[in-house]
Design a protein around this ligand. Sequence first.
Ligand code: NAD
Length: 248
Amino acid sequence: MKLLEGKTVIITGAARGIGKAIALKLAEYGANIAFTDLEYNDAAKEVEQELEKFGIKAKGYASDASNFEETQQVVDKIQKEFGSIDVLVNNAGITQDTLLMRMSEQQWDAVIKINLKSVFNFTKAAQKYMLKQKSGSIINLSSVVGVAGNAGQANYSASKAGIIGFTKSVAKEVGSRNIRCNAIAPGFIITEMTAKLSEDVRKEWEQKIPLRRGGTPEDVANTALFLASELSSYVSGQVINVCGAMQT
Ligand code: NAD
């Protein structure tokens, strides 16, 4: 029997990047996958088809994770269509990097709303089913800059630090119902999000990494597999850095 056979996983923002890699990895280990992204477009349809090759149930949903009402509706729909929600991966996120002196109110609000409020929205909607079934694993994508801060990312770092506080609080709140909640703090991972950075900035990051390479989405997905499964049954309220020893 596969590690996640019969389990239903929700992953937000999984039409590409780390979310997509997590979806593929968990499907490989037998999980049924419900994933969201802003649009149900060709990229999302392709992810759905790739997932189905593992012989599991897979479906993509268009949903703005930062919208409270929409989130309640999509989670209720997934529960109806899949029959349970066993794992929630809060992955959807954005960057709008600039120095604080240039940062607009809009840039602050957008990043906090999409990165932090989305985690509240999905966790609140999914936990009611997890509480009833007395089991669940919630995995939140934070970042090493949520732990250490980073110049030019005050909004993003604040949102990712907020996720850590939220993760630890939820772990304490719902632990007695056999629900675990952990955060992954990736370092520099090669995705479309980091492709926006200049070659010089990317090289500078890589030189700071003791393992001397940027991480891959699969490096993060392997950690998500551990946290989603019973292999981590006594791990909750933790932040796991996946950063090639960049931050110790
Ligand atoms: P990405 O930009 O490649 O993918 C993010 C996905 O989220 C996209 O498909 C996007 O459409 C979706 N999304 C954005 N806003 C959304 C919303 N409101 N509702 C639903 N979906 C939405 O990013 P990535 O590099 O794969 O990052 C995934 C997560 O990992 C993010 O939370 C990011 O902050 C975090 N992270 C990434 C890195 C890195 O180096 N790439 C490092 C640390 C943390």
